[in-house]
Design a protein around this ligand. Structure first.
Ligand SMILES: NC(=O)c1ccc[n+]([C@@H]2O[C@H](COP(=O)([O-])OP(=O)(O)OC[C@H]3O[C@@H](n4cnc5c(N)ncnc54)[C@H](O)[C@@H]3O)[C@@H](O)[C@H]2O)c1
Length: 308
C-alpha cells in the first residue's frame, strides 16, 4: 500500500512539495486549495509528468476534503506569504484563521494523520494546528529548521568551495529573527567550522541565514521562497513514510525539554512513522540556551495575539 499525502495550499510551496513527492514516487498525493481549478490543473499537470518521471503514483487536485479522507500525512501550506518589508509575524492574524479552518477539516477526514505545518509565522501556526486538532504532540510539528539549516549549509559550502554533502549545520529556535544556529555543531567533513573560518566570516553567514527568507522576498518582490521550502517539507514527509528515524530540526511542542514548556520551538527531532519519536536534547552553551529561550518567548507573544 502506498502512503497517501495531502498537501493543503496549491501555491508555490505546496505545489513544489507535492511535485517533489510525485517525482520521488513514494506516495499518492491530494492537492487542496480554495481557488477553483488551481489544484485540479496543477494536479493533472503533475500526473501527466509521471510517465516521463517513471513514477507510479496518483495525483489529484480538489477544492474539498472528501478526497483527502484517511491521509497518512497532511502538509499545511495554505496561507499568505510575505511581501517585501513584512516580517513573518505580520501574517499571524490572516493565517491563524486559515490554519484553524484547514485543521478542522483535516481532523474530520483524516483523524489519524500526522500534520506538518509550513505556513508562517511557523511556530505559532504549529501551535494553532495543535490546539485545534487536539492531536498528540508527536503528530503535529512544523518545517523550519530543515530549510534554515539548508540555507546555512549552502553559504558554508559556497564560502569554502566544498561539497554540500560534507557540510553539517544545526539551526534551532523559532523560524524568524530569533533562530539559533548552533555553531559548535557545524562541521565540514567532521572538522568544526571554527577551525576553518574566522569568527567574522561565520557571523556574516549566520546573519545571512537569519535573513535568508527576506533576501529572497526582496529579490522576488512578490511572494517568498518556495523551491527550498517545498523540498524541505517533502524531506520530512519522506522521513515519516520510510520510517527513517532521521534526525531533523523541526518545530516541536516542548513540554519541559530545554527548560521550555507549552510552546513550539525548533529543536532536533527523530522523525519516523509515528512522527516525532524523540526530541533530542543537546547540551547548549549558556548563550545558545538563552537565545533558544528568547526565541520561545517570542512565539509565546504570538500566542497571546491569537488568543490561545
Ligand atoms: N516554513 C517555511 O520554511 C516556509 C517557507 C516559505 C513559505 N512559507 C509560508 O508558506 C505559506 C505559503 O507560501 P506560498 O509561497 O506557497 O504562498 P502562495 O500564495 O503561493 O500559496 C498559498 C496558497 O494557499 C491557498 N489558500 C489560502 N487559503 C486557503 C484555505 N483556507 N484552504 C486551502 N488553500 C488556501 C491560496 O489560494 C494559495 O494558492 C506562507 O504562509 C509562507 O509564509 C513557509
Amino acid at each position: 500500500m502506498r502512503s497517501k499525502v495531502t498537501v493543503v495550499g496549491a501555491g508555490n510551496v505546496g505545489a513544489t512539495c507535492a511535485f517533489r513527492i510525485v517525482e520521488k514516487g513514494y506516495a499518492d498525493v491530494v492537492l487542496v486549495d480554495i481557488v477553483e481549478g488551481l489544484p485540479q490543473g496543477k494536479g493533472l499537470d503533475m500526473l501527466e509528468a509521471t510517465p516521463i518521471l517513471g513514477t507510479n503514483v496518483n495525483v489529484i487536485g480538489t477544492n474539498s476534503y472528501e478526497e483527502t479522507a484517511n491521509s497518512d500525512i497532511v502538509v499545511i501550506t495554505s496561507g499568505v506569504a510575505r511581501k517585501p518589508g513584512m516580517s513573518r509575524d505580520d501574517l499571524v492574524v490572516t493565517n491563524m484563521k486559515i490554519v484553524q479552518g484547514v485543521t478542522e477539516n483535516i481532523v474530520k477526514h483524516s483523524p489519524n494523520c500526522i500534520i506538518i505545518v509550513v505556513c508562517n509565522p511557523l511556530d505559532a501556526m504549529c501551535q494553532m494546528a495543535f490546539h485545534t486538532s487536539k492531536f498528540p504532540k508527536h503528530r503535529v510539528f512544523g518545517q523550519s529548521g530543515v530549510l534554515d539549516s539548508a540555507r546555512f549549509r549552502t553559504f558554508i559550502s559556497q564560502e569554502l568551495n566544498v561539497s554540500i554533502e560534507d557540510v553539517f549545520t544545526c539551526v534551532l529556535g523559532g523560524h524568524g529573527d530569533t533562530m539559533v544556529p548552533i555553531i559548535s555543531l557545524c562541521t565540514v567533513g567532521g572538522v568544526p567550522i571554527t577551525q576553518l573560518l574566522p569568527k567574522d566570516k561565520i557571523d556574516a553567514m549566520v546573519q545571512r541565514t537569519v535573513n535568508g527568507g527576506a533576501e529572497i522576498v526582496n529579490l522576488l518582490k512578490t511572494g517568498s521562497a518556495y523551491y527550498a521550502p517545498g523540498v524541505a517539507s517533502a524531506q520530512m514527509v519522506e522521513a515519516i513514510v520510510f520510517d527513517k528515524k532521521k534526525i531533523l530540526p523541526c518545530s516541536a511542542y516542548l513540554d519541559g525539554e530545554y527548560g521550555i514548556k507549552g510552546v513550539y520551538a525548533g529543536v532536533p527531532c527523530k522523525i519516523g512513522k509515528d512522527g516525532i519519536e524523540q526530541i533530542i536534547e543537546l547540551k547548549l552553551s549558556s548563550e545558545e540556551d538563552a537565545a533558544l529561550k528568547k526565541s520561545a518567548e517570542a512565539v509565546r507573544g504570538l500566542l497571546k495575539v491569537m488568543g490561545i
